[in-house]
Design a protein around this ligand. Sequence first.
Ligand code: OGA
Ligand code: NI
Length: 380
Amino acid sequence: MPTLSSHAQFITCCDRDYDRAKELQEFDETKAGVKGLVDSGVTKVPRIFIHPPENLRGLSSNSNGTGLQVPIIDLRGCRDFRRRDVIDGIREASETWGFFQMINHGVPLDVMDSMLEGVKKFHEQQVEAKKELYSRDGTKRVRYYCNGDLFLSKAATWRDSVIFDFQDGVLDPEAVPPICRDAVFEYEKHIAELKTSLAELLSEALGLSSDYLSGAECMKSETVLGHYYPACPEPELTLGTVSHSDLSFLTLLLQDHHGGLQVLHESHWFDVVPVKGALLANIGDFIQLVTNGKFKSVEHRVLSGQVGPRISVACSRPKQDRNRPLGPIKELLSENNPPIYKETSLSEYVACARSHGLATSTLPHFRISDPKWRRAVENS
Ligand code: OGA
Ligand code: NI
C-alpha cells in the first residue's frame, strides 16, 4: 500500500509552484536518462518520477500466495508429437492470463545472455557515447530515450530504453552501435524464427489454418526494445513501467533474474517469476482485437527495485505506417459472436494511443459498444 508520506509527497508535487514542464525539459536535455540521475548520486526520487497512490496500489503485496502463476509452456515437440498439447496450453493461457512463459523454445541461452549483456553495455556507456542517439523521433531506426511518453504522462518511470527497428526484418548493421551490434542481430534472427512458429501455433489455437496469422502479415515487423531499470533509492514512490497493455500483436519478452514484472489477473497483481532460459509471450491489443476478445491483452507493469539494474528485452511493436484495415477475423464471428471491435489500422490505433500516453488503455476506444462508435454504426 502507498504510505501516507508517498501520498503527501505526490500532493506536494501537484503544487502550483512546481513547474513540472520545466523540470521535465531540463531532465530530458541531459540526455543521460535515469541512469544519469543515479550516476549523479541522487538519494531521493525527483518529483517528476513520483506516482499518485492509485498507480502504486498493491506494490508490496502480490497474489502468488494463491498458488496461481503465469502458465509455463514447454515447446518441446511442438512440431510433432506434442503439438496438440502445446496448442491447447497456448489457447488456455491466451484466453485467461494473456501471458505465458515458454521453455525449450529454440533460442539458445547464450544468445539471450549476450542480448541482455549488450543492452546493459549500451546503457552503461559514457553519456557522451550514447547521447547522439537520444531522440524522440519515432522514424529513427535506432535511438535511445527515457520514457516514450515523458511529456504526456502524469509521472515518469524509472527506466531508460534503446530501440532497434527491423522494418520487415531489415536494419543496416552500421546503424547499430558496435557495443551491442552482434548481440542484437543474432537475437533478432532467432526471435523472428520463433515468431514464425508461434504464428502457426496461435492460428491453430484459434481453429484457423496454420498459416492464417502469418498470411495476414500479423506477425511481421520487429522492434527490439532494450530496457534498463536502474536501482532505485525509493522504489515505493515510483514504477519501472506503469500499468499498460501492449500495442502489438504479440510481444516476446526476455527478462533477467531480478524480477519486478507483474501481470494483472482476475483483478490481482501476480509476479512473473523469472525462469532461467525462458521467454515470455504477451498477447497484445491487436490479437485481442482480431480475435474479437477471445485472446486477452492484459495489463502488466514493472516495479522499480532497490537492487539493479534490471534488464529486459521486448520484441515486436507494430510498424506505424500501416494503413491496412484490421478488424475481428470473419471466420471467428457468428450470430452468437458478433464483432465487438470496429475496424481500425495500425497507424490509426497507434496515433490514438500516442494521443493519451502509455498509462491509458486504447482498446476500449475501438469497442463498438463505445457510444461514439455505436452512433457511427447506427448512422451508417
Ligand atoms: C514492454 C514491457 C516489461 C519488462 O516493453 O511493453 O511491458 O519487463 N516490458 O520490461
Ligand atoms: Ni508491455
